[in-house]
Design a protein around this ligand. Structure first.
Ligand SMILES: [Fe+2]
Ligand SMILES: [Fe+2]
Length: 297
């Protein structure tokens, strides 16, 4: 088993971006999509614990390989994930400052989960979890980009830009954990177990998160909000299901998943413009190409 095709080191890069959230930012940062706002908020709470755990697993993988292509792929992967969780940390801090009392409790559960995985689970499990999570993140990244106008339109530009930057980079490093898994393990049933474990774990914690945040905002018992939540979850499920079926195939390889044109355009524009490009102009979110905000972030 080995890496069949070297990854494109020329293209993948660590981008030191920073998002400035407006003073009046609200937990429901997209008033048109309050349920999606809290779904994203709940997902964001996991990042400062999940991503360091993935980094730790990949550091252990580094010690197990001397393939220079794999080593540089892991280094870039670690660099991107480290940037992601730091930006989420800033956002999550703002959520706590807004007065959501459940945030510290949710964070402590996530912290304990990932600490236990790192300390008690085998390297094989942690590697399979990492690849399972990345395969899921690739599917979610495509869904978020395809449905960006519906989900993010009319939303806060900084939060939308944070999430879209994060997932554009998830798409960019789609091969990293897959290549490591192929090189160091490669067992199909472990890849599938990792996908199931990561998906079930993240879904459970995310549900607990958005439920707690929605309770705090008085939405959980509102039948209109609950209906909107189920409609949103169904919409997401319909988009993700075929992508998950593809991941389950024994011959799955993220290289076969073509990158969305919008993401390719994001990479190209960032290359021309630099870090300020990451702050998007929401008036053009439905357009075929991303457009940066005039205001320098
Ligand atoms: Fe990430
Ligand atoms: Fe990732």
């Amino acid at each position: 088993m080995g890496v069949t095709k070297p990854f494109d080191a020329q293209r993948m890069q660590v981008r030191r971006v920073r998002f400035r959230f407006p003073d009046g930012l609200r937990g429901i940062w997209n008033p048109k999509r309050p349920e999606f706002s809290h779904l994203v908020n709940a997902g964001s709470l996991a990042m400062p614990y999940l991503e360091p755990y993935l980094i730790e697993t990949m550091r252990q993988a580094l010690a197990r390989t001397d393939d220079p292509s794999l080593i540089s792929e892991i280094d870039l992967y670690i660099g991107q994930e480290a940037t992601h969780f730091r930006q989420h940390q800033q956002f999550n801090k703002r959520l706590a400052e807004m007065g959501y009392k459940s945030v510290p409790r949710l964070e402590s559960v996530l912290k304990a989960d990932y600490r236990a995985f790192a300390r008690q689970k085998s390297f094989a499990f942690n590697l399979a979890y990492a690849e399972g999570f990345e395969a899921m993140a690739l599917a979610i990244g495509h869904m978020l980009i395809d449905d960006r106008a519906h989900l993010f339109g009319d939303g806060d530009a900084a939060v939308a830009s944070l999430i879209l930057w994060h997932f554009v980079e998830e798409i960019e490093h789609k091969c990293a954990t897959y290549d490591v898994f192929k090189a160091l393990d490669g067992r199909y049933r472990w890849r599938i177990w990792g996908l199931i474990a990561a998906t079930a774990h993240i879904m459970t914690r995310t549900r607990q998160g958005y439920r707690a945040l929605m309770i705090e905002d008085g939405m959980w018992r509102d039948w209109r909000s609950r209906l909107a939540l189920y409609a949103l979850l169904l919409r997401i499920f319909v988009q993700l299901a075929p992508r998950f079926l593809r991941i389950l195939m024994p011959g799955y390889d993220p290289r076969q998943v073509a990158d969305p044109a919008w993401a390719r355009s994001w990479w190209a524009r960032y290359g021309e413009t630099g870090p300020e490009f990451a702050m998007l102009d929401m008036r053009h979110i439905a357009g075929t190409e991303p457009v940066a905000s005039e205001v320098v972030a």
